[in-house]
Design a protein. Structure first.
Length: 533
């Protein structure tokens, strides 16, 4: 009788579960692919157990050979959760779009985030099944000695987080296109990428552990670094999650607002961590890390934002801010290439301003420690010029790319992935062409020259060389590139002004009536009754 009550309780609880999670879990756990993979994982674990014990021999009773056995089980488990599960998540969402079944889901009351969460939850359940299958084997390695239990737990937690992140990336890739031929290309690229991550995971885990490098579990700095990495992981996971949901929502919705809020939160988190480290240790290297990571982050984000469509739907126009303060602060969260470009530029300029303030504080409070850092006497000047060039190169390449995308869209339609590819080609051209000219000159030299002015990587490396200070070439570049950046920014201002001039439009009567009806339904939901009453 008690089991009947438990079953009834579980049945009631299941009504609250995500229906996509229930559907995907049933399909995945009953599929031939999962049955075959799970059987292979168990078979490989069983074979490795027999082979490993036979390889150790009679010394298994007293020899500390747990690490050797752990390496084999880790390879088996990591292949399943780093390759099979993420690719399964990719195919789960890609097949919905290929077969046209997603349109059936889109007309239901399920929101895009519920669909993404359900499919991601199914991937998590598959991971847990694989982990539960290998867990007894991992306990066996601990009993053999040679590997500590906290190390096993730490490696498994990192493996779970990496697998979850790869599954989210796989789902994002699945929403990139609907054409089957491009889906095939993306499948091959994703498999190659997952295989590379699997190999690197084996190298980074088995190599250090096998060489005797211990994980400093009792070191406070180790856990602080891990907490910082976890913060960055959560930020990008949220970005990929909302980006996947945005790709699934209808085209007239404001897909960009939530993504830009997440990007802003990521930047604030990075500033917080670097600022905490700077004031704790007084090490000016945190400023260099802040400038470098922020520049790379906002260039990548800006490449996607400047590739958005410039046409605002009537739904988005009905949500535009009206007040002066609202338009000044919230206009940059509206979709569009011009607002996206300026959003990235302003954020990176803010980071540069914070970096200059940190340099000033470091000069006043930590100047006595500068000699021990190896930056030299002009380390503040070096980092100030380095940050200026980071901002200038980002403004130039993103601005030129945005202008080219706008010109090409006057000729034909241009999707966001093509726009991102155009930004990549611009950087490759600005890097590869001067390097080719540089090395084709008589008497090949590895010294930096002004020919490399359009090469951001070599220029920034030369500008950040703290041992030599600022060379005459870098002084010239620091004068020319910011002027070019100012010209490019001015060339983009007309598009920015046109985006700012967008005003809110009134709701049609039908839309206002529907919104009022939806709000009334939310305020007083209908009580279900018998159809025969």
């Amino acid at each position: 009788m008690s089991w009947d009550r438990v079953d009834a309780l579980l049945d009631k609880l299941s009504q609250w579960l995500n229906p996509i999670l229930v559907k995907e879990t049933r399909q995945a756990l009953k599929s031939r692919q999962f049955a075959l993979t799970f059987t292979l994982v168990l078979a490989c674990a069983w074979i490795w157990s027999l082979f490993g014990i036979a390889m150790i021999g009679p010394g298994v009773r007293y020899a500390a050979e747990g690490l050797r056995m752990f390496n084999g089980y880790y390879v088996i488990l990591s292949f399943a959760v780093l390759v099979i599960v993420p690719f399964g998540a990719f195919r789960s969402l890609a097949s919905e779009r290929e077969d046209g079944t997603y349109e059936l889901l889109s007309v239901t009351t399920l929101r895009p985030r519920q669909i993404v969460s359900g499919k991601l939850g199914s991937a998590v359940l598959q991971m847990l099944v694989y982990f539960s299958a290998i867990a007894p084997c991992l306990g066996f390695t601990y009993m053999l000695r040679g590997v500590a239990f906290p190390v096993i737990l730490y490696v498994m937690m990192v493996l779970l987080l990496v697998s979850l992140g790869l599954s989210m990336i796989g789902m994002l890739v699945a929403t990139a296109t609907r054409e089957k031929h491009w889906q095939s290309v993306l499948s091959v690229v994703l498999i190659l990428g997952l295989g590379y991550v699997f190999l690197m995971g084996c190298v980074l885990v088995i190599g250090p552990l096998g060489s005797g490098a211990a994980i400093p579990m009792d070191d406070t700095d180790f856990w602080i670094v891990n907490l910082g990495l976890l913060t960055g992981y959560l930020g990008y996971f949220a970005l990929f999650y909302f980006a996947t949901a945005a790709q699934l929502t209808f085209a007239s919705d404001n897909r960009s607002r939530v993504l830009r809020i997440v990007m802003l939160a990521q930047q604030a988190t990075l500033i917080g961590w670097m600022g905490w480290g700077f004031f704790q240790e007084g090490h000016i290297g945190y400023v260099a890390v802040l400038l470098t990571v922020s520049g790379l982050h906002w260039y990548v984000m800006g490449a996607f934002l400047s590739g958005e469509s410039g046409e605002l739907s009537r739904r988005v126009k009905r949500q535009l801010p009206q007040s002066f303060l609202g338009r000044a602060l919230l206009t940059w969260f509206n979709p569009g290439p011009a607002t996206g470009y300026l959003f990235a530029v302003v954020n990176l300029l803010s980071v540069y301003g914070i970096a200059l303030l940190a340099l000033l504080v470091g000069e006043l409070a930590f100047s006595k420690r500068a000699s021990s850092w190896g930056f030299g006497a002009n380390y503040n000047q070096t980092l100030a010029v380095y940050g200026l060039l980071v901002v200038s190169y980002m403004v130039v390449y993103l601005g030129v790319g945005r202008i080219l995308i706008g010109l090409l869209r006057k000729i034909s339609a241009l999707s966001m992935p093509v726009g991102v590819l155009l930004h990549l080609l611009l950087v490759l051209a600005g890097t590869g062409v001067p390097m080719t000219i540089h090395y084709m000159r008589p008497g090949i030299r590895n010294d930096y020259s002004l020919i490399e002015m359009s090469n951001p990587f070599w220029t920034l490396e030369e500008a950040g060389n703290r041992s030599t200070g600022l060379s005459p070439e870098i002084v010239v570049v620091a004068c020319v590139v910011p002027l070019v950046a100012a010209a490019v920014l001015l060339a983009n201002l007309p598009a920015v002004v046109a985006a700012v001039r967008q005003v809110r439009i009134a709701k049609p009567r039908r839309v206002a009536e529907e919104d009022a009806f939806v709000e009334s339904r939310r305020a007083s939901p209908p009580v279900p009754s018998s159809p025969f009453d």
